[in-house]
Design a binder for this molecule. Sequence first.
Ligand code: ZN
Length: 256
Amino acid sequence: MYLADEAWPDLESYFQSESLALVPLGSTEQHGPHLPEGTDHIIAEAFARRAAEETGYLCTPTITVGVSPHHRQFHGTMSVAAPVFRDYVESLTRSLAEHGIDRVIYVNAHGGNVEHLREVGRRLRDAEVMYAIEWMWDESITDRIQEVFETPGPHGGPKETSLIQYLAGELVHEDRIEDARDGGLREFDESSGRVHGARTFYDAIDNTDNGVLGDQTDASAAVGEELFEAALDQLCQLCEWLAAQPFEDLLPKEHV
Ligand SMILES: [Zn+2]
């Protein structure tokens, strides 16, 4: 069920029987020369809407701009300040609580949103309003991603390229994929950009000239479909798990 398509009497019957909602969130930021700026929110919305279709739970409209100051040197990147984002997401989530929603899954596809969504989830849980958790598709199938790609890359790499080839292939510039690999940073791991243990970079442009990491030539729509279906299955199972928990069990524990 997609909230924005429904009339209120039909939502009333949903809220009488269910108390879970999926909230998709992404970003609007550069994803290299070959992918659209909407990559993250296109991915998040696809997961949330498909999971809602499969399970019958409610999907809200998508939050399409997130916290992306680290991509601001590239044309078109949009971003909101972290405190504004936190307050906005908290307020939006509290509006769902007015209708009886007491558990939310933030279906998130932008790494820069993670810490802020965790903070919002903590605030709502401490206030005993809501149990809200953050979910990212690639975190749910890490082993499979390691098997499929030699260099997955955390941003604009073959992971995201495959998903957009599958979900919105008409938006991918296939003729720029080799240039994306050659003009970016192919190998990126925990030691990249570190000096004597300190992380020395703040912005994507500090590491990569064209904004991307990983080897995009390993990407394909077929791989994207396989990864999407595998992660979707995890999300649907998470919905069922969360819906089955007694609300008291989701609240903070007493002091010892
Ligand atoms: Zn992304």
